[in-house]
Write a protein that binds this ligand. Structure first.
Ligand code: C2E
Ligand code: MG
Ligand code: MG
Length: 740
């Protein structure tokens, strides 16, 4: 290589040596011309050297200018920015790409100014050139269209001419990338703001050890940085939720690409109270170009969760007794039924009803009523055996579910024991009420196709009981025969009420001393569209078992008052209208208001209204009955004790009950003319009643003989077929002249 490098010098030296040798030879051959030959030689050498130098200079210049030109040609149409420039700024070439930015065509521009502009430099002196060439130089300039162009320049020496230097600056235009970066940054800001607004924290990881936390996650859990160690984060999770969390964090991305969800309690760093978060997580498989990703979103659901818990509690707990309610019973019952089928277990379902609870509630007030319910629930709990449970299913109805171990007497024994225990509460405020319960029971799974089915059968057995306190009745499939009939009748009755098929008939009551009408008893009839008349014995008990009785009683009260007021307006003599009340009507809290309302609405004076109550009804809770009776008496309404002699028949009650009339039951009257005992009883009752200033009336007088005996015995009034059967108002109106 050194030979190649010095080949021109060697050639020149060889040429000089050869020519010098020739000059020396010619000088010896022609000594007379030696001086001329030597002078010409040296002159020629000097001239030739000069020519060679010039040619070589021209050649070299031509050679370098060809490289530069070629290079500029190539760079001209490349998509990058290229500038070739000499440090004296006399040679400046910009390729098309940069010329386009600057909006210049061809050469008509001030190169130096353009360079300063694109390199964003104040001047191009030694210092700034040094900066340009020492590494990459980022510069932004405004393009002709007003857009900012960002270029990263790399400048290097392209060629050196003695002291001058030709530089090549290659640009990388990163304007779009910068925009993307800005967009990305603002997208990140937007993302963080959105997460903050939505109060959603996000954690993401590629290795499942170190997690990147969003700024909202950092805020939520008071984290120190947005890079979290999963072990540290785990320590913030409630110990009971950590297993769930672990299984979520270790879930295999192969398993599913679905978003999964768990609820966790997490506390903030340094905090002690936990809040509920919903963690929705997902794992994303790695691809050729991406790493696997695992992460999720944390949403604070504390309030919702607390509401849910409250709703769940409300939905499944009975508010008064704080034991399970019907919903809870049905849900546990459903599982129990399935379990009994699978394992061959059997259970008893005992449904209990507090006898006459409405009386307790009405006389002792709601607070005391609730107290009784609570205590009943506590008593029930004492009787729960392993595998069993208890619930309040409605008002004063409870259910007890017990495992059956083949003891068929268990339900009856348990119900009795509960009733006995319950009766012990009748002290202090409850001393005047007798506390007991009735029960119906059925067996699971034998007595139905589902838990609800079996329970409804126990409820049905309860309703089918005698209706007497402490009745206990086991379910029998044969009970269905009567339930179907009853339901049909109930439906028909409901339709009848709607269609106004109920009508009041009136039976006269006669003053035995004058033979004149002193009142009527309103007796309800169901008159079917075909004219068939149905008597109350066939439908009143059905109505009493359903809610229909309320509607019937409302109708009787209003219609009785309306009819009596109408007769008075029509000029008939003033008479007393008697209406019959059931236990349900009588023990209503708003009894007084309802009666007053009927009187006012129909403009009837209370003197002309009488309410008939049966003995059994009045004596089922004597204190409350007296209170209710007094309310009616306050209004001025008369009170009759119906069917006297068929119930408890205790004359001592006559001293307590504020009644105005005693109705001797027709069973005493039917054969009074032949039955001495009946006569003695009737006579005794009449004289006692008189001593109490209570009027007496005999029901069922069918002949004059009976009438005569009763008149002689001192009976004030009489009612019976002798004077008239129950009849429609228009018919009675025809009888009025005869009876007045
Ligand atoms: P109650 O209040 O004792 O009515 C008297 C019943 O004796 C009536 O039967 C009446 O028709 C019947 N009766 C009257 N005089 C004689 C007689 O001389 N001989 C015979 N054998 N019977 C006589 P009814 O109308 O069938 O009523 C039966 C029961 O139905 C009533 O007994 C009453 O407890 C109830 N009831 C009737 N109407 C109503 C009502 O509007 N509301 C309520 N809650 N119960 C009613
Ligand atoms: Mg009556
Ligand atoms: Mg009667």
């Amino acid at each position: 290589m050194p030979i190649m490098k010095y080949r021109n010098i060697l050639a020149a030296a060889l040429a000089v040596s050869l020519s010098t040798a020739l000059v020396v030879i010619f000088s010896f051959l022609l000594p007379q011309h030696a001086a001329l030959i030597i002078s010409v030689y040296f002159a020629t050498v000097i001239l030739m050297s000069f020519i060679v130098l010039i040619i070589s200079k021209i050649y070299n210049a031509a050679k370098s200018s060809v490289n530069t030109v070629e290079f500029i040609k190539i760079a001209e149409n490349l998509n990058n920015e290229f500038i070739m420039w000499s440090d004296d700024l006399k040679f400046i070439r910009l390729n098309k790409q940069i010329r386009d930015h600057l909006g210049i065509d061809s050469e008509q521009f001030d190169g130096a100014e353009m360079l300063k502009k694109v390199f964003a430099l104040e001047s191009l002196d030694e210092n700034s050139i040094g900066t340009l060439t020492s590494g990459s130089h980022h510069a932004a300039f405004k393009a002709s269209d007003g857009k900012i162009i960002n270029i990263a320049w790399t400048t290097s020496v392209f060629k050196k001419f003695k002291k001058r230097c030709l530089y090549l600056s290659t640009g990388f235009n990163y304007t779009e990338i910068k925009k993307m970066r800005v967009n990305l940054a603002s997208a990140n800001d937007f993302f963080n703001s959105s997460m903050e607004l939505a109060e959603i924290g996000v954690i993401m990881s590629t290795d499942r050890k170190k997690y990147a936390a969003s700024s909202e996650t950092v805020r939520m859990f008071r984290l120190k940085s947005n890079s979290i160690d999963i072990g540290e984060f785990r320590s913030l999770i409630h110990p009971n939720d950590r297993i769930q969390f672990d299984s979520a964090m270790n879930s295999d991305e192969e398993e599913s690409s679905d978003v999964k969800k768990i609820d966790l309690r997490i506390r903030p760093v340094g905090g002690i109270s936990y809040r509920w978060y919903s963690f929705r997580y997902k794992s994303i498989k790695a691809t050729d170009n991406t790493l696997p990703l695992f992460g999720g979103a944390l949403l604070d659901i504390n309030e919702e969760r607390e509401k849910d818990l409250l709703i769940e509690r409300l939905a499944y707990t009975d508010e008064v007794t704080e034991i399970a309610n019907r919903n809870r019973l049905l849900s546990i019952g459903h599982e129990t039924y399935n379990c009994s089928l699978a394992l061959g277990y059997s259970y008893w379902i005992i449904v209990l009803d507090i006898d006459r609870f409405h009386i307790v509630n009405d006389t002792c007030g709601y607070d005391n009523g609730n107290y009784i319910l609570k205590n009943f629930a506590h008593i029930l709990y004492k009787f729960i055996t392993p595998g069993g449970f208890a619930a309040r299913i409605s008002g004063d109805n409870f259910a007890l579910v017990l495992r059956d171990y083949g003891d068929d007497d268990l339900p009856v024994r348990t119900a009795r024991a509960i009733s006995e225990e319950f009766s012990k509460l009748a002290v202090d405020d409850f001393a005047s009420v007798s506390l007991s319960c009735s029960a119906g029971f059925s067996k699971l799974p034998d007595d139905g196709n589902s838990f609800l089915d079996v329970m409804e059968h126990a409820e049905f057995a309860l309703k089918s009981g005698s209706g007497q306190p402490c009745a206990i009745c086991g379910y029998e499939p044969s009970m269905h025969d009567s339930i179907i009939g009853m339901t049909e009748l109930e439906k028909a009755l409901a339709v009848a009420i709607k269609n106004n098929e109920l009508q009041l008939f009136y039976q006269p009551k006669i003053d035995l001393s004058t033979g004149k009408i002193m009142g009527v008893e309103a007796l309800i009839r169901w008159i079917k569209p075909d004219g068939t008349i149905i008597t109350p014995d066939s439908f009143v008990p059905v109505a009493e078992r359903s809610r229909l009785i309320g509607k019937i009683s409302e109708f009787v009260l209003n219609e009785g008052c309306r009819q009596n007021a109408l007769w008075q307006k029509m000029g008939y003599p003033n008479i007393v209208m008697s209406i019959n009340f059931t236990s349900g009507d009588f023990y209503q809290n708003d009894l007084k208001e309802r009666v007053l309302d009927a009187l006012l609405r129909n403009d009837l004076d209370s003197d002309w209204l009488e309410v008939e109550l049966t003995e059994t009804l009045a004596l089922s809770d004597i204190n409350y009955a007296v209170a209710q009776m007094n309310k009616l008496r306050e209004l001025g309404v008369k009170l009759a004790m119906d069917d006297f002699g068929t119930g408890y028949s205790s004359l001592s009650y006559l001293q307590i009950l504020p009644i105005t009339l005693l109705k001797l039951d027709k069973s005493f009257i039917t054969n009074i003319q032949n039955d001495n005992i009946a006569f003695e009883i009737v006579s005794a009752v009449i004289s006692i009643a008189k001593s109490k200033k209570i009027k007496t009336i005999a029901e069922g007088i069918e002949n004059r003989e009976q009438e005569e005996i009763l008149r002689k015995a001192g009976c004030d009034y009489g009612q019976g077929y002798l004077y008239g059967k129950p009849m429609p108002a228009e018919e009675l109106e025809k009888l009025f002249p005869e009876l007045s």
